[in-house]
Structures are given as C-alpha cells and as structure tokens.
Design a protein. Structure first.
Length: 541
C-alpha cells in the first residue's frame, strides 16, 4: 500500500437543489487498501460512494475526486462509462433489486464482459462460469442459467460480486453487502471479499452502519455523521480509542439485556400459546403433472407463557418464519398438529371462526416500508384494525385510540395526516408497532423487526418493545437471525435448522453453553461478524 494513492477525495460536497447532503468530505485509498465508511442512515456514506461513479441523479458536486491521477468530476458521461465497471465497480446493498429479473445471471455478467472487454459470446460465457466458480457458487455452469429469483440471498450477492469483478477493477465499492444476510452468510461474504481482494490486489471501499462488522475487514475506518467525515483512523486505533463522542455512541449501540426476568413465572401455569407436533408442508410442482411435498416445519413443539418472549432463530430457509405464521394460522402451508391460543383450539377452527380472535394476536413485519400502504395516512394505517375489530367506536373514539397508540411508541398526533414515505426506517417501524398495539393484543409476532435498522435505531426499537411488554404484559414471538437481539429480548429460545427444532431452552443456557453443532456454528459466526453476544452483555438498569 505504498506509493501514490489510488483515490484522493478532496473537499467533496454534494447537493440536491438547496439541500447539501455532504460537505468537505476528504479521504484517500491506497492501492490494495480496504477503507470502511460507517455511520447511521442519512449520514451521507452511500451518496458519497455513489459520487465516485457520478450515480447520484441531479446532484451538484464540489471539490475533487482524483482517481488514478484523473479528476472524475471533470469527466464527461461518455468517459465515465469507461470507468464504471472497468476501473471502479460496485456491489449494491440489495441484489434482488440491482439484478435484472428478466435476464439470467450468466447473461448479465456476460454483458459486462462483452461491453467492457469486447469478448465474443463464447469467451464471455466461459469467463462467466469461471467468475461464478471463483466466488464459490456451486455448479456455476447451471447457476449461470438461473434467474435472480431462483437463487438464495447469499448466491445473489455472490453473483453481484462476480459481475463487479468481471473486468478486474482497481477499486471495488461494496454498499452494505451483508446487511440483509444471515450471520453465517455474512461471514462467507466477508471472507470471500477478503480473499478476492488479496488475489487481485484490489482496493475496497465498504459502506456499512455496523462498526463491529467492519472491524474484522477494514484497514482504516471513516465515520460519517450529518454529511461530514468526522473521524478517520486505522481500525485497531479507532476501536481502541475513538476520538469522537458520536463514534463512541455507535460502538456502544449493541443490544443490551432488557427483559423482565420474572415474566412468564406468574401463578397462572397455562401458556398463552401452545403447539404440539406442528408440521407445515407445501406442494411444489415439478413439471406439468408431478407434484412434490416440501416439509418446511417438522414436528415442532412450542410453548409461550403469558408476558414472556420466545425467540426463534436460524438461517434463511430454516423454517422460523413459516413456524411463526403457522402458529397464528396465517401460513399458506398445509398445517398439521395441535395449536392452542388463549384456551382456543386454533387447529380445529375455520378461518371465519378465528377472525374474532385476531384482535389478540398481531404481527410486526421485517420491512415497515413494504408492510405499510404508501397510499394511506398514518391515521388510516393505525386505525385499520380498530375499524375492523371495533366497529362500535365512533370517529372521535377511534382517533383517540390511534393517538394513544402513537404516543405509546413515542410519536405525536401531528403525524396523523402524513404518509409512510415521509418517515425514517425507525419511525416507520414505530408506526407498524402502533398499528398492532392499538388493538391491545395479548400476543405479538415480531418477524425480524430490527434487521433493516441501524444499530442505534435498533436499540431504540428494542427498548420500546421491552417497555411495552412490561407495561401491558404482552407475549412476544420474536423471530430473528441475530443472536445478539435474541439474547437482549428473549426468555426462551428455539434454534431451527431445515425445518426442525435442533435446540431449545433458556436464552442463557443455549447461548452460553450450546449443545448442538449448528447452534455452535451460529454463535461462532456471530462472534466473527462482531455481533457481540458474549456473556459480558450488561443488564439494562
């Protein structure tokens, strides 16, 4: 990493109209160096990275971005096309939206090779298979013919990396490349990027809101807040002695143990939710006539005491979300087994008979932007369940209940007429919680409610959920692949793999002394990814 810098950003400013989103940003990257830009959503890290390729639509730039001796901000659009993908490549946060759903993975990678390197169709096809193999995709020739929706999240991210590496770029920009992935897949992707970076002597700019994750990857870390780069230091120095208060706050924003240990130990021994030998199957069509049965959940037993939290963990495809939805009779799967909720046998009831009971069981989904209707105001969203389940309320009474629910999640009544797009991710998740809370349910199913949030916002939402549980005595089914969150929130935990419960017990027992090799592997991956689930987690005071 000696010699002149590959990238030299000098006093960069970025504005959209009158709004300045980045000011006086300066940093360098040497050949073969790994630099991380970290910060919360809205800090300016992604817009700064996109400026290197002039991909911010309608942006006005100031300052200089010198790459390999050239000022990229002075280049024409035609000249920039030669830089994009060829000298500087980018891996986007969500490969499902970055990849074209109408073309196979192989076609999309081959297109880059034909455009930038002038390869023939055959040479591009051979190089595509080679790239997919290099990124660790099994059966690369077969996967090249697959469409994005036919691959798992980890495979799609590997395909994006293969596309980015097609022209052997000097600089790779990785924008939140592991945010939505399970911890084991996160580790695989980080190890892959590390290996490829060494093999190609490639510089890497990684964008993340997770300081602990980049600790294992980056040579240097830059911290952004409010459009400014407030601190830059070698990784070891920054983690050992952060200079800025904001950096110290980010480092401290890991989940803390915050549950009421007495919950679930009340005099009433009857569980709120109980399931025995639960089995969920899907019929998958193979060809025109033949169908195959896929077992998503197999022989699962579940017990959830009143006022307690049961965590369900496992990788994507393990069956945890299917199990959660089946327990509430919301799954499209064929469900067998016994399910009891608040004294009612759900497994023997029709959908119409269950409908009145849904006031007592509500769901908060992973992505609040997708689960909140963009065409409805906050008042309409939060009041939807009240209108359905409590039609006897007049307009004034319903509005009072909506305002009360919003205030319980820390939002004021002046947002009633606004729409979801006007809020941050954390605020949208609070609205989703308020929608569920308005009905005063006994049970909340929380399906990855914090996985898409910054660590500091995640901590705020977890604190809110813990406070609401203590206040209302609700029971939580908390689904997550993040073991640190489960340690913070749950009393009991189920570990799922391939549709089966492989380990269960008290959180401290399972996470401190795991017995099953799969649980041990999840814990090891969490520690590598910096998710901080060790025994030293402080108790919430």
């Amino acid at each position: 990493m000696s010699g002149p810098n590959l990238l030299d950003v000098r006093n960069l400013s970025i504005a959209f109209g009158a709004a300045k989103v980045a000011q006086d940003v300066s940093f360098t990257i040497a050949p073969g160096e790994k630099l991380a830009l970290v910060g919360e959503s809205g800090s300016g890290k992604t817009v700064t990275a996109l400026s290197l390729l002039q991909l911010n639509h309608d942006a006005v730039y100031g300052g200089e971005i010198r790459f390999d001796g050239k000022n990229l901000l002075s280049l024409s659009e035609r000249a920039m096309r030669g830089v994009r993908g060829n000298d500087i490549a980018m891996i986007f946060q969500e490969p499902m939206t970055a990849l074209n759903p109408l073309f196979s993975i192989g076609n999309q990678i081959a297109e880059v090779l034909r455009l930038h390197q002038g390869l023939s169709n055959r040479a591009a096809a051979l190089r595509t298979v080679e790239l997919l193999a290099q990124t660790g995709i099994d059966e690369p020739a077969r996967r090249a013919a697959a469409f994005p929706h036919q691959l798992s999240g980890g495979q799609r991210q590997r395909a994006m990396i293969a596309m980015a590496l097609a022209c052997r770029p000097k600089l790779l920009i990785a924008d939140e490349p592991t945010t939505a992935l399970d911890v084991t897949i996160q580790v695989q992707i980080l190890e892959l990027l590390n290996r490829l970076q060494r093999e190609e002597n490639m510089a890497v700019l990684i964008i993340s809101h997770d300081l602990n994750l980049v600790r294992h990857f980056a040579d240097r870390v830059g911290v952004m807040a409010n459009g400014r780069l407030i601190e830059t230091a070698p990784s070891a120095a920054l983690f050992a002695n952060p200079r800025e208060e904001y950096t110290r706050k980010l480092l401290a924003s890991r989940p803390r143990r915050m549950v009421d240990e007495a919950a679930g130990k009340a005099a009433d021994p009857t569980p709120l939710l109980n399931a025995q030998a639960l089995r969920c199957t899907f019929a998958i069509r193979r060809g025109w006539l033949r169908k195959q049965t896929f077992v998503a959940v197999d022989a699962a037993d579940v017990t959830l005491p009143r006022g307690a939290t049961l965590g369900i963990v496992g990788e994507s495809g393990s069956g945890k979300s299917t199990l959660g939805m089946a327990l509430l009779r919301l799954s499209p799967a064929t469900v067998q087994g016994r399910i009891s909720f608040d004294g009612h046998r759900l497994d023997s009831m029709s959908s119409a008979a269950i409908r009145p009971l849904r006031i007592g069981m509500q769901v908060v989904f992973q992505d609040p932007f997708a689960s909140l209707s963009p065409r409805r105001t906050v008042e309409q969203i939060v009041g939807e369940g009240l209108a359905l389940h409590q039609p006897q309320l007049n307009l004034a009474e319903r509005r009072a209940a909506i305002v009360e629910a919003l205030r319980e999640v820390g939002l004021e009544a002046d947002i009633l007429v606004r729409y979801p797009h006007a809020f941050s991710g954390g605020q949208r998740q609070r609205i989703a919680i308020a929608r569920a809370l308005a009905l005063k349910p006994a049970l909340l199913l929380l399906d990855e409610p914090t996985s898409s949030l910054d660590v500091s916002v995640q901590q705020q939402v977890l604190n809110l959920l813990a406070q609401l549980q203590r206040k209302h005595g609700m029971s939580y089914l908390f689904i997550s692949h993040d073991l640190a969150v489960i340690r913070a929130m749950a009393h009991q935990v189920l570990v799922m793999k391939d549709g089966k419960v492989v380990e269960r017990g008290a959180v401290e027992t399972v996470l401190d002394r795991p017995q099953h090799p799969y649980t041990q592997r999840l814990l090891a991956a969490s520690m590598y990814a910096g998710n901080g689930i060790g025994k030293d987690l402080p108790t919430d005071s």
